[in-house]
Design a protein around this ligand. Structure first.
Ligand SMILES: *Cc1c(COP(=O)(O)O)cnc(C)c1O
Length: 427
């Protein structure tokens, strides 16, 4: 694979951009080597700066559920742009996107649009604290909720890859207001609540974690969290920035049948444009300004481009059969990769829910962050590079999810499996 142009751009990028990138995971630290630069995308493929056509299972880290440059989304955004990119005055499109979100996500009665997943979780935490009058936040080891100060503690993929469990620059008082508990451990959670319950504003969790690889909730776990938080009048926040519209059309909460008090969204609801949202019980959301005292605002929040992309993406995704077909393709890919690994005698542990999945190079089941870190990351790096050499892009870290889009047809899955046969033969 020719990388001449990408290497040239990488050198140039490092002169003005910190580490050559605008978000750390893009720097390929998890697999070593330099990243490639992308020129364009169409459907399931991206074309890099050297003209290599690559099958993409990262999809901008999840948002592009319909693949790159879906014609209907492009048309919707183009039309919106022609009428003006932003007003800071209410527009009808905001209502339409809000209505779709409320209709699809079981626990959301009222919603606020913001510009990123980080903004959504940061604001949801503030609201939970304002609503309960309490300070403490409980989070799960290995769950990532964006780069919010109090949530950047044991926060999953990016930090794990860089080897800094908690970022410098976060006041001790912030970190001290955050309690962390391993995933899938109800006993540990019960102890935390027993000790601190009266001062816990909220428990925030990725109900289906995707930022330490994809890990499944054990039966009864999410239900247990629901009842614990309820008993202590703490709020349960599901961070579905990744799992929203991917675990199922209604997210992980619909898939697993557990209703949180608040939900944060992002990624898919922007269809590739910068959007986030948080919503939930109306009586809680009413504490937000301008109805209530908890302040949160945004100059570009709910802007016409973002809402146009979100509305058309959710419209298409909600058509009968669309998400089921994608889920089927993910299952097919997982089964294919599984049998190739088995034939090669390489132990892997695979997970899938909806259109998210992961293959850990691990001989044991992975049920929490600590388990995830026992995966063979050197082997993953070899696999990653070999797949890329054969035209397939998976995430440049073992601790990430793989994503399916509606553009990944049978031929693309077969091509992926052909590449995997070559890659596994070399492991
Ligand atoms: C990506 C992600 C975020 C952060 O979203 P940004 O748009 O990158 O700020 C938060 N929570 C989860 C679960 C995510 O996957």
């Amino acid at each position: 694979m020719d990388r001449t142009q990408s290497e040239k751009l990488w050198e140039q990028a490092n002169k003005t951009l910190v580490g050559g990138v605008n978000s750390p995971v893009r720097a390929f630290k998890g697999v070593g080597g330099n990243p490639f630069f992308v020129q364009s995308g169409a459907g399931a493929h991206i074309t890099d700066a050297d003209g290599n056509k690559i099958i993409d299972y990262v999809l901008s880290w999840g948002p592009l559920v319909l693949g790159h440059a879906h014609p209907e989304v492009v048309e919707a955004v183009t039309k919106a742009l022609e009428k003006g990119a932003s007003f800071g005055i209410p527009t009808e499109a905001e209502i339409l996107l809000a209505e779709k979100i409320c209709a699809l996500v079981p626990s959301i009665e009222k919603v606020r649009l913001v510009n990123s997943g980080t903004e959504a979780t940061m604001s949801a935490i503030r609201l939970a604290r304002g609503f309960t009058g309490r300070d403490l936040v409980v989070k799960i080891e290995g769950c990532y909720h964006g780069h919010v100060d109090c949530l950047l503690v044991k926060a999953g993929s990016g930090l794990t890859t860089l080897g800094t469990p908690t970022s410098p620059g976060i006041p001790e008082s912030h970190a001290a207001s955050t309690l962390t508990v391993p995933y899938n451990d109800l006993d540990a959670m019960a102890e935390i609540f027993k000790a601190h319950g009266d001062n816990i504003a909220c428990l925030i969790i990725e109900p289906l974690p995707g930022n330490m690889g994809v890990i499944l909730p054990e039966p009864g776990y999410l239900e247990g969290l629901r009842s614990l938080t309820g008993q202590h009048q703490s709020l349960l926040i599901f961070d579905e920035v990744m799992s929203g519209f991917r675990a199922s059309l209604g997210g992980a909460q619909a898939k697993f049948g557990v209703k949180p008090d608040l939900t944060t969204l992002g990624k898919v609801i922007g269809g590739g444009l910068p959007v986030g949202a948080y919503g939930g019980r109306a009586d809680i959301m009413q504490h937000l300004s301008p109805e209530g005292p908890v302040y949160q605002a945004g100059t570009l929040a709910g802007n016409p481009l973002a809402t146009a992309a979100g509305i058309s993406t959710l419209d298409i995704l909600a058509r009968p059969g669309v998400i089921d077909a994608m889920e089927g393709q993910m299952t097919k890919l997982g089964a294919g990769l599984g049998s190739i690994a088995q034939e090669a005698g390489i132990p892997v542990y695979q997970t899938q829910v909806g259109t998210m999945g992961c293959m850990f190079f691990n001989e044991n089941p992975v049920r929490n962050y600590e388990d995830a870190t026992t995966s063979d990351t050197d082997r993953y790096a070899k696999y990653f590079w070999s797949m890329l050499e054969n035209g397939v892009y998976f995430a440049p870290s073992q601790y990430e999810a793989g994503f399916m889009s509606s553009a990944h047809d049978d031929a693309i899955i077969d091509q992926t499996l052909d590449a995997a046969r070559k890659a596994f033969a070399k492991l």
